[in-house]
Design a protein around this ligand. Structure first.
Ligand code: PLP
Length: 324
């Protein structure tokens, strides 16, 4: 899964790296993302998850992109264009009620082999609602419904598991896995230790350090006032970089390994840290916002959101350097 600019990591660099690692099938959300992958990977199978917008068939076909068809209208429109010569995936809904044919409509399609052939279906897939919560009974229902759905299309490969689904066990795996978050270091098993290694490290430079007296305010609206003499460091990062404003007064950054609280409001281009306990804080030093003890899941929690949102909002002003 490389949608959302490969979870904020940079699709143009990540897709070829995954290809070199042996990945041959890629999923994106939009045609434009598919175009970026296609330009770099002429031989990859690229599926577009958000399906077939009205009239978009020729643009997808011209780039060799495969829509994930999720409604009867999409199937009719694609079949008319494809005439059995262009591949596509079929999304069967098993509980999300977001995309995909209901099981009853999938059954009707299975009983219409001419239409199925014309639509070029080469993969049957569905998506799990609560895979990160293994004890949720919806998992067993979806696993059973998907088994029934795939049985309607004998001979077609099938795919059900996202990152967390992979860790639910072998009956979820079928023929093709669709990991996203876990590929980029997120924890697919939130109730247990993260089995994945970290991928993203985010650091910002300290612009200046200042000493303040008790009672001094910091940032817009002086939402924080110093409870005593403090050293404050101003970082060159802000919500315009995708660092969440919701992390104001709740998030942390590491300076020389010392966790330092964010004080006051996160501003557009700047963040203020209390570095009183961090002797290494000085102009030009680095503050780590994601990395080490601050994994992406922890950063999400501090901002009242999930690590997925932290990754997919990694900003366009950052200098991305890739370490292989
Ligand atoms: C995003 C997405 C995935 C990947 O989910 P992760 O939880 O990031 O692994 C898999 N399948 C579909 C249909 C998706 O939209």
């Amino acid at each position: 899964m490389v949608k959302a600019d490969a979870y904020g990591c940079g699709l143009a660099a990540v897709a070829p790296a995954l290809w070199r690692a042996g990945c041959r099938t890629f999923f994106v959300a939009h045609l434009s993302e598919g175009e970026t992958v296609r330009a770099r990977l002429p031989e990859a199978a690229i599926y577009v998850l958000n399906g077939l917008p009205p009239g978009a068939g020729p643009a997808l076909a011209a780039r060799g992109l495969r829509p994930v068809l999720g409604s009867a209208e999409e199937i009719v429109e694609w079949a008319a264009l494809a005439q059995g010569r262009l591949p596509a995936a079929l999304h069967v809904d098993t509980g999300m009620n977001r995309l995909g044919l209901p099981l009853s409509e999938a059954r009707a399609l299975a009983e219409d082999p001419a239409r199925l052939r014309a639509a070029g279906i080469d993969l049957v897939m569905s998506h799990l609602v609560s895979a990160e919560m293994p004890e949720d009974p919806v998992n067993a229902r979806q696993i059973a419904d998907f088994a029934a759905a795939r049985a309607l299309f004998p001979g077609l490969p099938a795919s059900l598991a996202n990152s967390s689904g992979i860790f639910l066990g072998g009956e979820v795996h079928h023929d093709l896995l669709r990991p996203g978050y876990a590929l980029f270091g997120g924890n697919p098993t939130p109730e247990a230790e993260n089995p994945m290694r970290p991928v993203v490290r985010l650091a910002a430079e300290i612009v200046q350090v200042r000493a303040v007296e008790a009672g001094a305010g910091a940032g817009y609206n002086a939402r924080w006032t110093a409870p005593g003499p403090r050293r404050l460091a101003t970082l060159s990062i802000g919500y315009a970089d995708g660092y969440p404003r919701a992390a104001s007064e709740r998030g942390r950054a590491l300076v020389g390994g010392v966790p330092c609280p964010i004080v006051g409001l996160v501003s557009m281009d700047l963040v203020i840290l209390d570095v009183t306990e961090a002797p290494e804080a000085r102009r030009g030093a680095e503050a780590v916002l994601i990395g080490g003890a601050l994994d992406v899941d922890a950063v999400g929690r501090a901002a009242g959101t999930i690590g997925y949102e932290i990754l997919t909002r990694l900003g366009s002003r950052y200098v991305r350097s890739y370490v292989e």
